[in-house]
Design a protein around this ligand. Structure first.
Ligand code: I24
Ligand code: DGL
Length: 272
C-alpha cells in the first residue's frame, strides 16, 4: 500500500507548499488537512494553536502517513518541536527550510521576516536563524492585514499594493538584503513585496524551500515512491467543502478534486 505525505494547515494557505511538492515530487501521494473552520491561527494564543495542531496531526497519523509536513508557519512555531519529539515518522515544518535558504542568500547577515502575529511573537524565525548563524541580525514584522487581503481575492489590486507599502515601510529604513515570507499566504503577494523592497532585496518563499527539504528527507529515509501508480490524493477540511474545493482545484489545477468534510476537537463544531 502506498503511504501518503501528510500536510496540515490552518486552512487553504498550506496549498502553496503542496503545489511546490507536487511539482518536485509528482510520484508522491498527498493527504492534506486544512482547519478552515478555525482559520486564521495567526491571532490565536499559542496554547490554542498547539492544541489544534495536535488534533490535526492525530487525524492524519491515524491514516498511516509516512511523513508529516506542518505547512503553516504559526502552527510550526507553536507545535513543531513537541510533535517531532513525539511521533516516530519524520516531521518537518516551514521555518527551518526558509531560514536556511535566507542564510544562503544574504550577503550582509541582515534578514527580515514577515509573518502572522503568532509567528512573530514566538520568535521562532530569529531562534532558527541564530541557531544556524549566531551573527545574523533579524528584523521581524507582523503583517496581519496580508492574510485577509489574499483571502479577499484582491491580492493583485491597488488596495493590496497600498497595504504592502504601508506594512513594509518600517523595513525600508533597515539594511536587510533578504526577506523571508514566513506565512503561507504571502507568496501570493511576492511580486508586490519585491517591487516595494526593490531588486537589492532577495525574497525567500518558505514553502518552496520546504518542498526541497521534503524531497531530501524522503530520500534520506528511503521513503520515496518510485511511480505514481495508485496515487489517490485526499483533501480534508473542517469547513465548507465547496469553498475549499473551488480554491484548491484552481490553485493545484486538479479537476474534480475529492474533498472530505471532517470534525476535530473534543466539543466538535463549537469553534466556528
Ligand atoms: N485565497 C485564500 N483563501 C481564500 C483565496 C480565498 N478566496 C479567494 N482566494 N479564502 O488563501 C478562504 C476563506 N475561508 C472562509 C471560511 O471558509 C474557508 C475559506 C490563499 C490560497 C493559497 C493557495 C484567492 C485565491 C483563489 C484561488 C487560488 C489562489 C488564491 F481563489 F489566492
Ligand atoms: N497558515 C498561516 C501561517 O502560515 C496563515 C493563516 C492563518 O493565520 O491561519 O502562518
Amino acid at each position: 500500500m502506498k503511504r501518503a505525505i501528510g500536510f496540515i494547515d490552518s486552512g487553504v494557505g498550506g496549498l502553496t507548499v503542496v503545489k511546490e511538492v507536487l511539482k518536485q515530487l509528482p510520484h508522491e501521494q498527498i493527504y492534506y488537512l486544512g482547519d478552515t473552520a478555525r482559520c486564521p491561527y495567526g491571532p490565536r494564543d499559542r496554547d490554542e494553536v498547539h492544541q489544534f495542531t495536535w488534533e490535526m496531526t492525530n487525524f492524519l497519523v491515524e491514516r498511516n502517513i509516512k511523513m508529516l509536513v506542518i505547512a503553516c508557519n504559526t502552527a510550526t512555531a507553536a507545535a513543531l518541536a513537541d510533535i517531532r519529539a513525539t511521533l516516530d515518522i519524520p516531521v518537518i515544518g516551514v521555518i527551518q527550510p526558509g531560514s536556511r535558504a535566507a542564510l544562503k542568500a544574504t550577503h550582509n547577515n541582515r534578514v527580515g521576516v514577515l509573518g502572522t502575529i503568532g509567528t512573530v511573537q514566538s520568535m521562532a524565525y530569529p531562534k532558527a536563524l541564530k541557531g544556524l548563524n549566531r551573527r545574523v541580525e533579524v528584523d521581524s514584522l507582523a503583517c496581519p492585514k496580508f492574510v485577509s487581503v489574499v483571502e479577499s481575492g484582491e491580492y493583485k489590486s491597488a488596495i493590496a499594493k497600498k497595504i504592502v507599502a504601508e506594512s513594509l515601510l518600517p523595513l525600508k529604513s533597515t539594511k536587510i538584503d533578504t526577506i523571508i515570507l514566513g506565512c503561507t499566504h504571502y507568496p501570493l503577494l511576492k511580486t508586490l513585496i519585491e517591487n516595494f523592497m526593490g531588486s537589492d532585496v532577495a525574497v525567500i518563499n518558505s514553502g518552496e524551500e520546504t518542498a526541497s527539504e521534503v524531497s531530501a528527507l524522503l530520500d534520506y529515509h528511503d521513503l520515496l515512491d518510485q511511480d505514481d501508480k495508485g496515487v489517490q490524493h485526499r483533501f480534508f477540511t473542517t469547513g465548507s467543502v465547496s469553498i475549499f474545493q473551488d480554491i484548491a482545484q484552481d490553485w493545484l489545477d486538479i479537476p474534480d478534486m475529492h474533498v472530505e468534510h471532517i470534525k476535530l476537537g473534543n466539543e466538535k463544531g463549537v469553534y466556528q
